[in-house]
Ligand binder design. Structure first.
Ligand code: COA
Ligand code: AMP
Length: 620
């Protein structure tokens, strides 16, 4: 079974291919067909429960004593190890707790929590009773949480008293209270996990103490749901201030993730798999929680950072201690480790014999970093590409299919089931080696989004530019050998330390400042984080204390979006470069801020502005 044969089979006989893949899942009703062209649904008449597949079936198969979840928290000194039997008990009782709170199949539950085991139990508990979870990254501020509460109208919110960053403890409750206040929709209740580092005051008649509710909860069994029922909604940045609620189904998701664990990552039951990400992102959903547990692996939940908790050796010591077979992280984490440990001394100190490979995704892996870590580890380092909408790797080196040939600068080849096209603005296929819009041909494979929550028009918009194709929003190039190279976004989304953020959203926040007339935010290249936002602002006449305005703008971004979106700089300018029709030339700003050679756009209204901009940038 090699990559080329498997890819060809998925092309030739997608029905047979995906029905075979579906055998890896335990169904309450096995699907009679894989894909329905009419409804574009996967396994349309199948019924299953994702939680039962991730938890119960492993206990039933006699692996109840195997570790399912290892919790390592260098920021608190916490450690826990849950077997599959423990996990079943915790998840079934958490599901019982949700039931008592009135949560039924189809109800939404927002989970706004730090990286603690209860957050994983909560996700699985929702899946168990057919409720739809929506995890909100803990680094988002109250207005972002409010938008999500407003949009998916949760019956219940699950949260914790605090999150812990290396330099401070973050009180979650005031952020949650503010978000509920801002939202027109009010959840019936909020169930709060009190952490000893900082306890929260509970709002009478609304907040429930997690421990107390859990203590009296009875275990609840898994509810069979339709394969097409939503499992979760995960909001991600679009080009506007309103996030996109990506909806993931149950059946296609379970089949795709189970397939990926074996064939992309090359792991199976009993192996230890660690995605050093956050449950608030798609990587956390797919490869901290669902993928490894569906495959019967041991998953690692890490509440810490790659450096500073306590040092750049944390990753390697944990790989050694828990005999991790596959590690998955963002290139930023490796850049941070390299900066702190340029000679790889910590890497040499650990025994990494269990490690088969390191996978990177979430942002561009620069060849220099890739080469450094590959040499330091002496193991295959595999870049792979996907996005929240896609849900699992679409471009990769399928390690589990025996592929190890990595082409530097490329994220790999199309994963079986995915058909990529690169087209130019005139909708023509470009020749191999030429850059254009990276598209995925329909029908999209299982696990890929088929809806945006309550937003069919925005969903459809992803398919209108190139009919019959999903527009990924990335520019790409496919070389003669089928290796796909990702060249960056074609829209106003940037990637800051692997966090996907919208510059349009930042502009909306900055434009709210009374002294700002106009603004533009672009992603500037950053040695550590890949990209960082840089804001350009034109102030009203009379604005004197620009230092104060800058402080305000940074504070507003932190309070409205979150500290992860903090701009690296705010540059005050007399005017923004525009086309004759008034469109801001953000590409030009990006080029200038990165100190790259400027090609003066033909459409620019006033070329003399470039010198002035250059001077302002040099000043900062
Ligand atoms: N909750 C609250 N605040 C958070 C947060 C969270 N979950 N995550 C980050 N923040 C805050 C940080 O405390 C920091 O605040 P500060 O400006 O007041 O110091 C700010 O957001 C920026 O954080 P971060 O982007 O993590 O930068 P950093 O300088 O603290 O750390 C790295 C740099 C490289 C160590 C860090 O970005 C990192 O671990 N990156 C890997 C990210 C990753 O795995 N992404 C998942 C993609 S698969
Ligand atoms: P997210 O939806 O948060 O996972 O972000 C997805 C985006 O991150 C993609 O559209 C890309 O722009 C970027 N990205 C993810 N993986 C890679 C990769 N391996 N190489 C380059 N960019 C990547």
């Amino acid at each position: 079974m090699n990559y080329a044969d498997v890819y060809a089979r998925a092309e030739r006989d997608p029905e047979g291919f995906w029905l075979d893949a579906a055998e890896a899942i335990e169904w309450d009703r096995f699907p009679s067909v894989a894909h329905s062209a009419g409804s574009d649904a996967w396994f349309p008449d199948g019924m299953l429960n994702t939680c039962a597949n991730a938890v119960d079936r492993h206990v039933a198969a006699g692996r109840g004593d195997q570790a399912a979840l290892i919790y390592e928290s260098p920021v608190t000194g916490g450690f826990a190890r849950y077997t599959y039997a423990d996990l079943l008990d915790r998840v079934a009782r958490t599901a019982g707790m949700l039931r008592v709170a009135g949560v039924q199949r189809g109800d939404r539950v927002i989970i706004y929590m730090p990286m603690v085991p209860e957050a994983v139990f909560a996700m699985l508990a929702c899946a168990r009773i057919g409720a739809v979870h929506s995890v909100v990254f803990g680094g988002f501020a109250a207005p972002e949480l409010a938008k999500r509460i407003e949009h998916c109208t949760p019956k219940v919110v699950l949260s914790a008293s605090c999150g812990i960053e290396p330099n401070r403890t973050i009180a979650y409750k005031p952020l949650l209270d503010k978000a509920i206040e801002l939202s027109v929709h009010k959840p019936d209740c909020a169930i709060i996990l009190q952490r000893e580092q900082l306890r929260a005051d509970l709002v009478p008649n609304r907040d429930i103490d997690w421990a107390a509710a859990y203590a009296v909860a009875r275990p609840v069994g898994p509810v069979p749901v339709d394969a097409t029922d939503p499992l979760y909604i995960l909001y991600t940045s679009g080009t506007t201030g309103t996030p996109k609620g990506v909806v993931r189904d149950n059946g296609g998701h379970a089949v795709a993730l189970a397939w990926s664990m074996r064939h992309i990552y090359g792991v199976g039951a009993g192996d230890v798999y660690w995605a050093a990400s956050d449950i608030g992102w798609v990587v956390g959903h797919s490869y901290i929680v669902y993928g490894p547990l569906l495959a019967g692996c041991t998953t690692v939940l890490f509440e810490g950072k790659p450096v500073g908790t306590p040092d750049a050796g944390t990753f390697w010591r944990l790989v050694d201690r828990h005999k991790v077979k596959v590690l998955f992280t963002a290139p930023t984490a490796i850049r941070a480790i390299r900066r702190a440990d340029p000679d790889g001394a910590f890497i040499r100190e650990a025994s990494l014999s269990s490690l088969s490979s390191l996978f990177l995704a979430g942002e561009r892996a620069d060849p220099d970093t890739l080469q450094w870590i590959a040499e330091a580890l002496g193991k295959p380092v595999i870049d792979h590409w996907w996005q929240t909408e896609i849900g699992w790797p679409a471009i990769a080196t399928c390690f589990g299919l025996g592929e190890t040939q990595v082409r530097v600068g490329s994220a790999g080849r199309a994963v079986p089931g995915f058909r990529f096209k690169v087209k130019d603005d005139e909708h023509r296929d470009v020749a191999p080696g030429k850059v254009g819009s990276l598209l995925v041909e329909q029908p999209l494979p299982p696990g890929v989004f088929r809806a945006l929550w309550n937003d069919p028009e925005r969903f459809a918009a992803g398919f209108v530019d190139f009919p019959g194709h999903y527009t990924s929003g990335d520019a790409g190039m496919i070389d003669e050998d089928g290796f796909i190279h990702i060249m960056g976004r074609t829209d106003d989304i940037i990637n800051v330390a692997g966090h996907r953020l919208s510059t349009g959203q930042m502009e909306e926040v900055i434009a709210n400042h009374p002294m700002v007339v106009e603004c533009a935010v672009v992603g500037a290249a950053d040695q550590l984080k890949g990209e960082m936002p840089v804001a350009f602002a034109v102030t009203r006449p009379g604005a004197e204390d620009l230092g104060a305005v800058e402080k305000d703008l940074v504070r507003m971004i932190r309070e409205d979006i979150g500290p992860i979106a903090s701009p690296r700089a705010v540059i005050f300018v007399d005017g923004l470069p525009k086309t004759r029709s008034g469109k801001i030339l953000r590409n030009l700003l990006r080029t200038l801020v990165n100190g790259e050679d400027v090609v003066v756009p033909q459409t620019i209204e006033d070329p003399s502005i470039i010198d002035a901009l250059q001077r302002s940038i040099e000043h900062v």
